[in-house]
Design a protein around this ligand. Structure first.
Ligand code: ADP
Ligand code: MG
Ligand code: ZN
Length: 486
């Protein structure tokens, strides 16, 4: 099998092949305690301090299901438009040192959430097969080598993470490119954070993504054989890993080989995937129902309250903002992501000009998210309205906004007055423009004759006489009016 050069190549031999991706996302729930015991669920503590007989699987200990974890799982299911149903926990039996019980408690054939979907900002829907509950494993660190088990002298195990509640969200193989995979994870992360279930931190491992990748000839109706890629810990590595893996599979097919179904490890430094274990030697997990737990059957009232606990999801917020501002949902995705949509929606509701509000929010406000927290929708609406009414030029409006963001005051009018940005009304502006025209008869003839080079001279003169208070656009339009009429 030919291993590809570490180029991160994304070109799939022109358009002859198509990428097919299905993602499995593990989401650690933000509960105070673990899934089946009272140990703290917290990241970064001294190793092996948050442990007890239950999460260590000591003989005689019994699990008690965490109610808050179920609540979060149901919220995730609702947010992903799943059927939320009665479910059963199974034991998934396998031996690995970071799993002290020798089995992982997970939902198998009767998961709590099935058959949902997620809509990408661009509008495409990705099917959600299931979103089930399970417990996390501990964490091994391989010492004395490059961090892989192969060249390690010994390994350390931290059981603090063992038993932390997870929801695993499995997508349908509906994703068709690395970009789409990144968009899916970023949308899913935003949804998980909005439900309150997750802190969304990929870098701390609270969101972990495995990618199933296959390729097939364009227009083929059947899927190719897939490989499962592990160990991507950012959206960037996810994209790189998918592109690398797809290109590798195309190479295999074009060399007349066939793709072997296996689990592959993404190496961030080398920019390539390598075989971890093949499906042929896959474990038989001997799933059986966890005898120490009863079936989980949330009643309708509880499900209803989980539904009601949900704030508007990012997709709804994009639609609401787009509707308020008279634009399309895809174009306002960034504002929602930055949590600035409320500002614009309220400003527009208060009568501010939608186009200016969108612009100022996406540029000046987005550039100072710290300051944005103290910016009230009312003062934002005010400064936008002052600009729309030409009481402030664009440049002045930006300065007033900067002062609002810096916390100088929350009164745009006071800020404008302090800087001498008093209203330059149209009559006053027209008088100045006529003076400038009178003082420059020869250039004025050229301007009227359509010479674009002299326009700058007139605008410059007007700016000089008004000490920059004139609105450039208004000056140009009055000049054109005068030239047309004269
Ligand atoms: P397993 O039980 O081996 O984990 P699943 O059928 O549950 O397999 O699928 C796991 C993931 O693989 C899902 O996200 C699914 O969408 C994805 N998947 C299945 N077939 C393909 C394929 N041919 N190409 C890419 N992804 C696939
Ligand atoms: Mg799987
Ligand atoms: Zn415990």
């Amino acid at each position: 099998m030919s291993e590809r050069e570490a180029s991160g190549a994304g070109a799939l031999d022109g358009a002859r092949y198509e990428i097919v991706v299905g993602l499995e996302v593990h989401c650690e729930l933000r509960t105070r305690t673990k899934l089946f015991c009272g140990c703290p669920n917290s990241f970064g503590d001294e190793p092996n301090t948050n442990i007890c007989p239950v999460c260590l699987g000591l003989p005689g200990s019994l699990p008690v299901l965490n109610r808050q974890a179920v609540e979060y799982a149901m919220r995730i299911g609702e947010a992903l438009h799943c059927q939320v149903r009665p479910s059963i926990f199974h034991r998934k039996n396998y031996f690995y040192p970071d799993m002290p019980k020798d089995y992982q408690v997970s939902q198998y054939d009767e998961p709590i959430n099935v058959e949902g979907w997620l809509e990408l900002p661009a509008g495409k829907r990705i099917g959600i097969t299931r979103a089930h509950m399970e417990e996390d494993t501990g964490k091994s660190t391989h010492m004395g080598g490059a961090g892989r088990i192969g060249d390690a002298t010994h390994s350390l195990v931290d059981y603090n993470r063992a038993g932390v509640p997870l929801v695993e969200i499995v997508s349908e193989p509906d994703i068709r490119s690395a970009d789409e995979a990144r968009a899916y994870v970023s949308e899913l992360r935003a949804i998980l954070v909005a439900t309150g279930a997750s802190d969304g931190k990929m870098e701390e491992g609270s969101l972990r993504v495995d990618a199933n990748v296959s390729v097939r000839p364009a227009h083929s109706a059947t899927f190719g054989t897939r490989c499962e890629i592990k160990n991507m810990n950012s959206l960037r590595s996810l994209g790189r890993a998918i592109d690398y893996e797809a290109a590798r599979q195309v190479d295999v097919l074009q060399a007349g080989g066939r793709v072997v179904q296996e689990t592959r490890h993404w190496n961030e430094d080398e920019g390539r995937t390598s075989s971890m274990r093949s499906k042929e030697e896959a474990y038989d997990y001997r799933y059986f129902p966890e005898p120490d737990l009863v079936p989980l059957v949330p009643d309708e009232a509880w499900r209803e309250s989980a539904r009601c606990a949900l704030p508007p999801m990012p997709g709804e917020r994009r639609r609401a903002l787009a509707e308020a501002a008279g634009t399309d949902p895809a174009s306002v995705a960034l504002l929602v992501e930055l949590d600035l949509d409320g500002l614009v929606v309220e400003a527009v509701a208060a009568g501010a000009d939608a186009r200016i509000a969108l612009n100022r929010a996406a540029n000046e406000v987005a550039a100072d998210l710290e300051g944005a927290r103290r910016l009230s929708p009312a003062s934002f609406a005010k400064v936008v309205s002052m600009e729309a009414a030409a009481k402030l030029t664009a440049t002045q409006a930006k300065q007033v906004l900067a002062a609002l963001l810096a916390g100088e005051s929350d009164d745009p009018e006071a800020i404008a007055a302090r800087r001498g940005f008093e209203a330059m009304d149209t009559t006053a502006l027209e008088i100045v423009i006529d003076e400038v025209i009178a003082a420059n008869p020869e250039p004025w003839e050229r301007f009227k004759g359509g010479d674009p080079k002299v326009a700058g001279l007139f605008v410059g003169q007007v700016m000089k006489r008004t000490k920059g208070k004139a609105d450039g656009k208004a000056v140009t339009s009055i000049l054109r009016e005068r030239a047309g009429g004269g």
